[in-house]
Design a protein around this ligand. Structure first.
Ligand SMILES: Nc1ncnc2c1ncn2[C@@H]1O[C@H](COP(=O)(O)OP(=O)(O)OP(=O)(O)O)[C@@H](O)[C@H]1O
Length: 252
């Protein structure tokens, strides 16, 4: 594994406009090429905020993010080309078919129709969606939409992929198809940063896990090391509860 940090997060804080608290509080992290990095934390911990800053969707209030040594301030275009983003909310057009959506998203990366065609067919096939390629997205189940959403983020073969809860609200079959695809992408060289509430899934998938609570990274290590270092922990869920407590995190 390459030892150069692909992502260097330097003292990032975020206070949303009008907010009285910090959603991120002096976060420092280095993520190396080849990792599958799981960002885990209770509701409202700051996962989406951090991942949105890392992919340039929002700006930090202070601190800096470097991707391959480049800052969004000076190299936004180059960075955007090298990353893929799979947001929590579906970015798909319901009245267009799966294929039409994917041609549209692929064209945003400057790919031509003839370049895109084999890529789209191959991803749809691998994710079990080829028979539905010409059906409108509005007829798709949640799990199918999540799989199309994933394909939309990887058409340009990004070296770095960000996903915000890619398996939320899907059935076990879709979850397995999505995690298998993420494993395959990682094996072929894509570094993956993702957020999830599925701790069993993160334990199996991630090479490294960062646990975030109230805007601070409170632990970071391999899943097996975190489990070994936590008294009586049998799995990542035990570690998570030990570190973040049992109190409910409702907010409105
Ligand atoms: N646009 C915004 N304006 C004001 N506050 C915000 C905004 N977005 C998020 N927050 C607040 O920032 C904190 C972190 O939110 P964030 O969505 O990053 O958490 P999360 O860990 O992704 O939570 P969840 O697991 O519920 O998705 C929360 O207190 C949230 O209410």
């Amino acid at each position: 594994m390459d030892k150069t940090p692909l992502i260097d997060i330097k003292n990032i804080s975020k206070q949303y406009k009008g907010a009285t608290f910090l959603s991120l509080d002096k976060v420092n992290l280095q993520i190396r090429t080849g990792e599958v990095y799981g960002l885990l934390g209770p509701n409202g911990a700051g996962k989406t905020t951090l991942i949105s800053i890392l992919c340039g969707l929002i700006k930090p209030t202070s601190g800096e993010v470097l991707i391959s040594g480049n800052s969004f301030k000076t190299h936004a275009k180059e960075i955007q080309k090298s990353i893929g983003v799979v947001p929590q909310e579906y970015a798909l057009y319901p009245k267009l078919t799966a294929k039409e959506n994917l041609f549209y998203f692929g064209s945003m990366f400057g790919l031509t129709k003839s370049e895109l065609k084999p890529i789209i067919i191959s991803h749809l096939d691998q994710l079990g969606l080829l028979p539905f390629a010409d059906k409108k997205i509005k007829t798709f189940s949640g799990g199918m939409k999540r799989r199309v959403n994933l394909i939309a983020g990887i058409l340009h073969n990004p070296k770095l992929l960000f996903l915000d809860e890619p398996t939320v609200g899907v059935d076990v079959q879709s979850k397995q198809a999505i995690t298998a695809k993420l494993r395959e992408l990682n094996k072929s060289g894509t570094t993956i940063i993702y957020t999830s509430h599925h701790l069993r899934e993160a334990q199996d998938l991630c090479s490294l896990v960062g646990i975030i609570d109230s805007g601070k990274i409170i632990a970071e290590d391999t899943p097996s090391k975190l489990i070994a270092d936590t008294k009586e922990a049998r799995n990542l869920e035990d570690v998570f509860i030990e570190l973040t407590g049992r109190e409910l995190r409702d907010y409105a």
